[in-house]
Design a protein around this ligand. Structure first.
Ligand code: ADP
Length: 339
């Protein structure tokens, strides 16, 4: 065997490293209603890992179990070697948690908020003061240290939440929909900051989101639907499973059109949410053939590179946002209004 073959057979470092978070066959029910149905995945060291799913898919339930707020009905969640159900107090010291609901006190200054947080973790005096200075610098709030949080923009308040979660220097940070209510600029800043944390401080970050564009920024994703894991991998890997482009046709009678396209061209055609969907390479040529074959029957055509929503559709047979549900944008706005 040649040297290059030997080197090629050695596993990469990241696959050798034991997982920082290990979720095994987690099951949870509220009364008798299933919320998580046997979910398993691993999160590797210094990975930015996303838990993506539509509303009601089980993200918050998973988040509550990982952050030790809830004990699962069955299965196990191990973080940094601690069992979330069996060693909650030990684990809480090791992880940072940023909840969706606001936890900062708006009447207090940024520094005062962090002082209270520090005391909870047994930090006092000058070590706490210097840690507060350092962390405020880190999240870009050093010049606002003495200002009350109520004078901050939504993005700044979120960054203060983040500073709270990071004050005790955790190696794992869990965030539940951290960009809820933020404008696009503040959302981008927060994601950039999460990447910096991963790259410069090797923090392992697990973040829940219902936004595809955020999921795209994760190193790896677990996609949930109705309490089940429907996909696991890097965004690129997941999209690559769709051969070619995605063609979407709008028609007055989508079912009839789909049947005729199937019969004529012998391709896999699906009708999802009233639209005809076809995954195909050489999509432009194919679309021309279809339009010529069925003149006047097609109202609109779109061709796009596969997206994470296409992955979701392929795995579940339905759209991420079901008919009548809010669009991504609307959902963000309506959640923002709740705050
Ligand atoms: P997500 O965070 O993805 O929106 P959740 O974990 O909040 O999903 O919810 C998963 C399922 O569990 C949903 O069907 C939801 O209605 C249900 N559920 C969540 N919290 C409760 C609760 N406290 N009591 C009863 N059912 C709940």
């Amino acid at each position: 065997m040649s040297v290059s073959e030997l080197v090629g057979s050695i596993p990469r470092e990241d696959t050798l490293a034991s997982p920082v978070i290990s979720v095994r066959e987690l099951v949870h029910r509220y009364d008798n209603r299933p919320a998580l149905n046997g979910v398993s995945f691993d999160v590797r060291p210094a990975e930015l890992f996303g838990l993506l799913g539509p509303n009601g898919s089980g993200k918050t339930t998973m988040f509550r179990i990982l952050s030790t707020l809830m004990v699962p009905v069955a299965g196990q969640a191990i973080i940094l070697g601690y069992d979330a159900a069996k060693d909650p107090s030990q684990l809480r010291r090791e992880i940072g948690v940023v909840f969706q609901a606001q936890s900062i006190d708006l009447k207090l200054t940024a520094t005062e908020n962090l002082q209270h947080q520090g005391h909870l973790y047994g930090l006092h005096g000058s070590p706490l003061r210097s840690r507060i200075r350092e962390i405020l610098q880190r999240v870009g709030l050093a010049d606002r240290a003495r200002d009350k949080a109520e004078t901050f923009s939504g993005g700044m308040q979120r960054r203060l939440e983040l500073a709270k979660g990071l004050l005790h220097g955790p190696r794992v940070l869990l965030l539940d929909e951290p960009t809820t209510g933020l404008d696009p600029g503040a959302r981008r800043d927060l994601w950039q900051y999460l990447s910096i944390l991963r790259d410069e401080e090797q923090v392992t970050v697990l973040v829940t989101t219902h936004l595809m564009e955020e999921a795209e920024r994760c190193d790896r994703l677990a996609i949930l639907n109705e309490g089940k894991l429907v996909a696991l991998g890097t965004p690129t890997e997941l999209k690559r499973e769709i051969g070619g482009d995605v063609i979407v046709l709008e028609a007055k009678e989508p079912d009839a059109l789909a049947m005729r396209i199937r019969a004529r061209f012998n391709v896999d055609v699906r009708v999802i949410g009233g639209q005809v969907r076809i995954e195909k390479d050489q999509a432009h040529r194919f679309v021309t053939d279809v339009v010529e074959a069925f003149p006047g029957e097609i109202d609109a055509v779109s061709i796009a590179k596969p997206s994470l929503e296409d992955v979701f559709i392929r795995r579940t047979g339905h759209r991420f946002w079901t008919e009548g549900a809010e669009t991504t944008q609307d959902a963000t706005k309506s959640k923002a209004r709740k705050h």
